[in-house]
Design a protein around this ligand. Structure first.
Ligand SMILES: Cc1cc2nc3c(=O)[nH]c(=O)nc-3n(C[C@H](O)[C@H](O)[C@H](O)COP(=O)(O)OP(=O)(O)OC[C@H]3O[C@@H](n4cnc5c(N)ncnc54)[C@H](O)[C@@H]3O)c2cc1C
Length: 403
C-alpha cells in the first residue's frame, strides 16, 4: 500500500517512520530543496511526544541538542529592577518529561530515524490530487497513491487543494509572532532575557550548540494587520512599530532586522476544522489542527497525531475510511483541549494590562521560589491548565506489517 506525505518537518518524518514500521510504502515530498537548517525556533516536547520519541529510539539524540535554557532574566516595562526566573522549575511544573529543542534539529533527527526506508523527494510540491489517488507534482511525473497525507504546516498546500482556500478555516487569535536570528552578543549560556510589557513580549535565547541567538517577539492586536505574506519589509515595519522604545536592549535586537539573519513573521492563527479527512486524503500536525504556533504545544500534538494516524492505518489494515474515522476520534478531544489551552496561553504570555504583567511576573517568581515538588503538586491539580499536555493519553499501537 503506497502512501504519499507532503511535508518533511516534524509531523511528516514521524509519520513516515511509523508507517514504514507498520509495513507501508512511503514517499515524502518536501517543497524545500533540503531539510531546513537555518533560522528556526525552539519547540517543546511534552511527555506523550517524549514517550513516542523514545519508542523511535532517538530520545538520547534529542536530549543532546536540547536548548538547555534553565534561567530567565525578566524585565518588566517601566520597572528598573529585573527579576530572576528559574525556568527549570517552571518546566518541571508543566511537565514530568519535557525538552525544549530547536525545531530544525528535531526535524533532522526524526528524518534520519526513518530515511533509509522512506523515499524523500525534495524541491517538489503536489499540484493536484484526484479522488482515485492520482497525484501530479510540479516536477516529478504523476503517480498513484492509496492515501495522501498533508503534513505541510499551518498554510498547508494539501489542505488548500482538498478543502479549498484557507479563508474561513483559520481564526486569528489576537496576536502576532516574529522570530529573528542575530549574533549572540550577550553570550547567553542556558539563559533567556525577556522584556514584558502590556500587549508585548520580546525574548532572546540561544542554545549551547548554536553560534547565534533567536529573538522572539509576541504582540497583541485586536484586529488582523494588513500586509502580504511575502512583503518582508512591511512585516519588519509592523514589528518595529509594535516594539520600538520598549527598552534599549529590544531596540538593539530590532536594529538587527537590517542584518542578514533569517526573519519570520506571522499571525497567531488557530485552525478550527472539525474534520480533517476527505476521501483518501487526511491532514496531520499543524496542517490539520494547529492550535496556534508558539502557544498551544503544537509540536507535541504533531508528533502524537503522526503516531496515532500511522497506528490507526495499521490497525485498520490500510482501510483508510475506518482508519481516518478512528484517527479523528482519537485526536478530537486532544485538539479541542489544545485550542482552548492556546487561547489562554496567548492571553497570559502577552498580558494586555500592567496588572497582567504583574501577575505573570509574580507567577514566575513564585514558581522559582517554591520547592519543585510543591509547585508540581499544585500544578497537577489542574490537568486542563498547565499540565494539559502531560495528561494526554496515547494508545499503544502494536507494530505489525500490513498484509
Ligand atoms: C515562530 C514559531 C515559534 C514556535 N514556537 C513553538 C514552541 O515554542 N513550542 C511548540 O511546541 N511549537 C512551536 N511552534 C510550532 C511548531 O513549529 C509547529 O507546531 C511544528 O513545527 C509543526 O510541525 P508540522 O510538521 O506539522 O509543520 P511545519 O513544521 O510547519 O512543517 C511543514 C513542512 O511542510 C513543508 N511544506 C510547506 N508547503 C509545502 C508544499 N507545498 N509541498 C511540500 N512541502 C511543503 C514545509 O517546508 C515544512 O517542512 C512555533 C512555530 C513558529 C512558526
Amino acid at each position: 500500500m503506497r502512501i504519499l506525505v507532503s511535508g518533511a518537518s516534524i509531523a511528516g518524518p514521524v509519520l513516515a517512520y511509523w508507517l514504514t514500521r507498520h509495513g507501508f510504502d512511503v514517499t515524502v515530498v518536501e517543497r524545500a530543496p533540503a531539510l531546513r537548517k537555518t533560522g528556526g525556533h525552539a519547540v517543546d516536547l511534552f511527555r506523550p511526544a517524549m514517550d513516542i520519541t523514545e519508542k523511535m529510539g532517538v530520545l538520547p539524540r534529542v536530549a543532546a541538542v536540547a536548548t538547555g535554557t534553565t534561567r530567565m532574566t525578566l524585565h518588566r516595562e517601566g520597572n528598573p529592577r529585573p527579576l530572576r526566573v528559574d525556568l527549570a522549575k517552571v518546566f518541571q511544573a508543566t511537565s514530568d518529561r519535557h525538552v525544549e529543542v530547536m525545531r530544525d534539529d528535531l526535524s533532522e533527527i526524526y528524518y534520519e530515524a526513518g530515511r533509509d526506508d522512506v523515499e524523500y523527494l525534495f524541491g517538489d510540491s503536489i499540484t493536484a490530487i484526484s479522488p482515485d489517488g492520482e497525484v501530479t507534482f510540479e516536477h516529478a511525473p504523476a503517480r498513484r497513491f492509496d492515501v495522501v497525507v498533508g503534513a505541510d504546516g499551518l498554510h498547508s498546500n494539501v489542505r488548500r487543494l482538498v478543502f479549498g482556500e484557507e479563508a474561513g478555516l483559520t481564526t486569528f487569535i489576537g496576536a502576532y509572532l516574529a522570530v529573528l536570528s542575530l549574533p549572540d552578543t550577550l553570550g547567553l549560556d542556558g539563559e533567556a532575557v525577556t522584556h514584558l510589557g502590556p500587549g508585548r513580549t520580546a525574548s532572546l535565547y540561544s542554545a549551547g550548540h548554536l553560534d547565534d541567538a533567536r529573538a522572539v517577539f509576541l504582540f497583541r492586536r485586536d484586529e488582523p494587520l494588513e500586509y502580504h505574506h511575502r512583503d518582508v519589509s512591511r512585516q519588519q515595519q509592523l514589528l518595529r512599530a509594535a516594539f520600538s522604545g520598549m527598552h534599549p536592549q529590544v531596540d538593539g535586537w530590532l536594529a538587527e532586522l537590517d542584518g542578514p539573519g533569517p526573519f519570520y513573521f506571522d499571525s497567531i492563527t488557530q485552525l478550527r476544522l472539525d474534520r480533517w479527512s476527505r476521501g483518501r486524503v487526511t491532514l496531520v500536525g499543524d496542517a490539520g489542527y494547529c492550535p496556534g504556533p508558539a502557544v498551544g504545544g503544537s509540536t507535541s500534538l504533531a508528533v502524537l497525531g503522526a503516531y496515532v494516524l500511522a497506528g490507526e492505518l495499521a490497525a485498520a489494515n490500510g482501510d483508510h475510511e475506518r482508519a481516518f474515522a478512528a484517527y479523528e476520534r482519537e485526536m478530537g478531544e486532544l485538539v479541542r483541549r489544545s485550542r482552548a489551552f492556546a487561547i489562554g496561553a496567548a492571553r497570559s504570555l502577552i498580558p494586555a494590562s500592567r496588572a497582567g504583567v504583574w501577575a505573570l511576573a509574580r507567577g514566575g517568581q513564585l514558581v522559582s521560589a517554591l520547592p519543585a515538588g510543591l509547585t508540581r503538586a499544585i500544578a497537577k491539580l489542574n490537568t486542563g491548565g498547565v499540565r494539559m499536555h502531560d495528561s494526554m493519553q496515547v494508545k499503544d499501537y502494536a507494530v505489525k506489517a500490513v498484509a
